[in-house]
Structure formats: structure tokens, C-alpha cells
Design a protein around this ligand. Structure first.
Ligand code: PLP
Length: 374
């Protein structure tokens, strides 16, 4: 069996490559590379897919989060609660606007924010919460929105790994006040480069986001406030329009891959398999298991090497929670303080996951895991 990579974008390109080639060529011929109708069309298509009135495209998921915080005036002296078990960008943007990240622990069965702990961490300085729908699985947004309402907090959804995921029948990114998306190539809706977008149903926030992503510009050369350069270019917008049409099919294929893994792996002792929770519809950006035999990272490293020898390339998202990163030393967190995040960092293993993964490849992954663990 050939090597099974963690993700494989070339399969997707075989399906839509011709369409993409001609759309990209059209943009190149048009001579209009930044902004323009293709970007505006894509913004409208994504807003209507997610279920908001508006969408503002930008340069990356990181910028989407940053611009969202700027648009709501999150500033020095404010606290923003989030998870330490996520990609660094989620928390980095809190520092970027001068506010303070407050990390709370996760739930072991979802890897998502523990909402009891969110509630307990609220102070009079708390302005916002950034829930991350990690690996494609939504946070319990019904309960989070109730907490937010009771304490007058802003909810900025980090939907980078969850484009198309649903909570109680609504798409993530339409439930909090503002939703942030990444089109990094390995996300469920990926561009052929960097890209991001923000969803909102507040026209005043939409207008401010449009200014902030374009240097704060209002009119030709008039600046009410300073922003950044964070635009989506027309080539990426053309590609994203094509891919958005396939997103539901690809997400459904991921769901089938996840179900098949769960069947194949259910009898292997020492593994905890990921599950959806009631009310949620995951889009399975990752299929992430836990290894419970031991908490030693050496065991996992060794397993990954043995799997690699059998052609199965696994990944670890994320090996060190953010509260223990050197970059966050100044916040003063100690090892043991957020134990579920720390345990997850030691135990998780993400298996190859992409829509085109075949049953045969998955059987090989399951067989290899069983073999390596016995
Ligand atoms: C990918 C990702 C981001 C950042 O997106 P970029 O487009 O890479 O800037 C933010 N948060 C999470 C949870 C992500 O997975």
C-alpha cells in the first residue's frame, strides 16, 4: 500500500482542476486582481451558506479573528476567555489588540471549552469569549450564548476548522455575534493559498470590518482610524466560489470516513474515539483519537514512528497547550493548572482524514494501529 498522508489535496484537484484552471485564467486575463466582483460574490455566497446577512473576506483566519476583535473595540485592560487547546492564532489575536487572554480548561470528550469553567473565569474585565469549534465539532452554543447574555459578553466564534458544522440546526459562525473562518488549504473549505472571512448580521460591524481590512480607509485617501492590509484577492475568491459548491459533499464524505473509522477502531483496546455530542453536526476536519495506555509522550512518538513505517502518517494537534508555551510565560500559568488540556496534549493522535480517503486505506490504518499497539 502506498503512503497514506494526513491529508491529500491532489485528489480534490483531479476533480475540479479544469474548472479552477479556467476560472484562474479568467482572473489573470481580466487584470483585476485585488477586490472586485469575484470577491463580493464570494462574500455573498458564504454569508448565505452560513446564514448571516453579511460576510467580509480577508487575508487569513488569523486576520479574521483580529479584525473581529478590533471591530468590537476589544482593547488593553479587557480580558478575553478562550481555550489553550487550539492553534496559537486564536489567542495571539487577543494579545494583538492589547487585551489579555484568559485560558480555561477543556472537556475531555469534546476537546472544546468547558463552559462551567468559562462561567467561573468571568470578571468585571471580561469582554468576550472565543469558542473554538475544534476539529470540526461545535461547542454547545445554546449554553454559551445564555452565559454570554447573562454577563453581556461578545461571542467571537473561531470557525477555522468548522466551515459547515452545525449546532442545533444552525451553522457555526451564525450563532455568536461574529464568526471567523480560515481558508488555509487544509481547512474544510480551503483556498490555494491564504484566505479568511468574517460573518456578521450587523451592518455597522460589516462596514467597520470593510474599512479595517483596508487600512481604515473611508473614501479615497481619508482615514478615520488605522486598520491593516488584509484583503482577499480575486484569484482566491474565484477558487473559493468553485469549492464552496462542493463543500457539503466533501463534508458528507468526511462524515462517512469518520463513521468507518469508528467501526474499524471500536474493538481496539486502549483507544478513545471521537464522538459528536447531542445537538452537534461535526464536519470532521480531524479524526482525533486518544491513546489511554499511558500518558508518556514517548509511547506516542514511538507509535507514530511505527505507523510511519507501515505508511500511515499521523499528526499531533496540539502537543503543547498554549498556557504552557514560552510565549505565554508572562501570564504565569503552571503545569497542572489546566489538567484536561495538558492530558489531551499528551494523548491525542490525528489519523489521516480527507474526503477521498478510501475504505481500503482506512482498513490499512486500522490494521496498522492494531498491529502497532499489540
Ligand atoms: C487555522 C486556524 C486559525 C488561523 O487561520 P489562518 O488562516 O491559518 O490564519 C485560527 N484558529 C484555528 C482554530 C485554526 O485551526
Amino acid at each position: 500500500m502506498n503512503k497514506i498522508p494526513p491529508f491529500d489535496l491532489s485528489e480534490q484537484f483531479k476533480l475540479i482542476g479544469d474548472t479552477i484552471n479556467s476560472a484562474v485564467l479568467e482572473v489573470l486575463v481580466s487584470g483585476r486582481y485585488i477586490g472586485g466582483p469575484l470577491v463580493e460574490q464570494f462574500e455573498q455566497q458564504l454569508a448565505s451558506y452560513i446564514g448571516t446577512s453579511d460576510c467580509v473576506a480577508c487575508n487569513s483566519g488569523t486576520d479574521a479573528l483580529y479584525l473581529a476583535l478590533r471591530a468590537y473595540d476589544i482593547k488593553p485592560g479587557d480580558e478575553v476567555i478562550t481555550t489553550p487547546f487550539t492553534f496559537v492564532a486564536t489567542a495571539e489575536v487577543i494579545n494583538a489588540v492589547g487585551a489579555k487572554p484568559v485560558f480555561v480548561d477543556i472537556e475531555p470528550h469534546t476537546f472544546n471549552l468547558n463552559l462551567d469553567q468559562v462561567e467561573a473565569a468571568i470578571t468585571e474585565r471580561t469582554r468576550a469569549v472565543i469558542p473554538v469549534h475544534l476539529f470540526g465539532l461545535p461547542v454547545d452554543m445554546t449554553r454559551l450564548m445564555a452565559i454570554a447574555q447573562a454577563h453581556n459578553l461578545l461571542i467571537v466564534e473561531d470557525c477555522a476548522q468548522a466551515t459547515g458544522a452545525e449546532w442545533a440546526g444552525n451553522k457555526v459562525g451564525s450563532i455568536g455575534q461574529i464568526g471567523c473562518f480560515s481558508f488555509y488549504p487544509t481547512k474544510n473549505l480551503g483556498a490555494c493559498g491564504d484566505g479568511g472571512a468574517i460573518t456578521t448580521s450587523d451592518p455597522a460591524i460589516r462596514d467597520r470590518l470593510r474599512r479595517l481590512r483596508d487600512h481604515g480607509r473611508r473614501g479615497a485617501y481619508y482615514y478615520e482610524e488605522l486598520g491593516v492590509n488584509s484583503r482577499l484577492d480575486a484569484v482566491q475568491a474565484a477558487i473559493l466560489q468553485i469549492k464552496l459548491r462542493h463543500l457539503d459533499t466533501w463534508n458528507q464524505q468526511r462524515r462517512e470516513v469518520a463513521n468507518r473509522y469508528s467501526q474499524l477502531l471500536s474493538h481496539i483496546p486502549g483507544l478513545v474515539l471521537p464522538q459528536e455530542i447531542s445537538g452537534s453536526k461535526s464536519v470532521w476536519n480531524q479524526y482525533t483519537i486518544r491513546l489511554t495506555q499511558t500518558s508518556a509522550e514517548a509511547f506516542r512518538d514511538n507509535l507514530r514512528t511505527k505507523l510511519q513505517e507501515k505508511g500511515v502518517v499521523s499528526m499531533v494537534y496540539y502537543p503543547m497547550p498554549l498556557h504552557l508555551q514560552p510565549a505565554y510565560q508572562e501570564l504565569g500559568y503552571q503545569p497542572g493548572q489546566l489538567p484536561e488540556s495538558e492530558r489531551a496534549a499528551r494523548e491525542v493522535l490525528s489519523l489521516p482524514m480527507f474526503p477521498e480517503l478510501t475504505a481500503e486505506q482506512q482498513e490499512h490504518v486500522a490494521y496498522s494501529l492494531k498491529d502497532c499497539l499489540s
